[in-house]
Design a binder for this molecule. Sequence first.
Ligand SMILES: NC(=O)c1ccc[n+]([C@@H]2O[C@H](COP(=O)([O-])OP(=O)(O)OC[C@H]3O[C@@H](n4cnc5c(N)ncnc54)[C@H](OP(=O)(O)O)[C@@H]3O)[C@@H](O)[C@H]2O)c1
Length: 243
Amino acid sequence: MTTVGSDSGKIVLITGASRGIGFEAARLFAAEGHSVILSARDRQRGLSAVDALKAEDLPGSVHFLHLDVTDAASIAGAVEEVTEKFGKLDVLVNNAAILRDHYVKASEVAPDTLDQTLATNVTAVHAMIGAFLPLLRASGQARVINLASGAGQLTWMFDKVWAPAYQISKAGVNAVTRIWATELQPDGIPVNSVCPGWCRTEMGGEEADRSPEEGTSGILWLANEAPATVTGKFFRDQEELDW
Ligand SMILES: NC(=O)c1ccc[n+]([C@@H]2O[C@H](COP(=O)([O-])OP(=O)(O)OC[C@H]3O[C@@H](n4cnc5c(N)ncnc54)[C@H](OP(=O)(O)O)[C@@H]3O)[C@@H](O)[C@H]2O)c1
């Protein structure tokens, strides 16, 4: 694991953090003095992202972790590395996602596209929580935050369908949140979904009305300030959303 800065605060692992909202969240957690594990499936992009944060001389530390969330061996290797380096995990941010069916109708979505989207956006979130569970339990103050989307709200998608596979997957993330929140309630580990709002990233595009930094506000709140008793819920910033 490549490390920059000093280890203190919480141990925070973010998936898909070489760009977009994940990268911005890594920057802000490190700015608060936490130890951030910036993970990315592309080693070069991940290392460049760590270098960019190093240049900011933030109070926390940033560690690069090579992780493809759709690859079971990659997840197992990541668990091994985090176990060796930290022995626990305080905050897991399941941020990585793909959007492959912008502006198509449900009738135009190939089953393969849906499979790939579900593999990254839903199955991988489930796999990550399961694989990191021993490290989360070792924390004593762990929190799990899953990036969902207003586009996955069942109440909303009847009127607004613009990416069927992605929207199905984001409804699925919310189900993953509910199911794991139920199982982990006795452990005192909150599991919540958060929508960052429409943000100017590669996924959100340039027309979006929020900066990536604004998109992280719900993530930071759930990691730092939300009562630990709040679990199995769906937020944008600090406002609870309908499913
Ligand atoms: N932007 C928005 O308006 C918006 C709105 C609602 C919800 N969200 C959600 O917020 C999260 C972040 O979105 P974003 O806008 O920052 O997206 P983004 O700019 O497209 O970034 C997505 C990140 O996920 C990574 N990724 C994709 N597949 C992966 C895999 N198999 N393993 C590891 N990493 C993988 C990408 O890595 P590569 O660089 O290797 O591709 C990239 O770093 C997503 O869950 C998204 O659904 C975004």
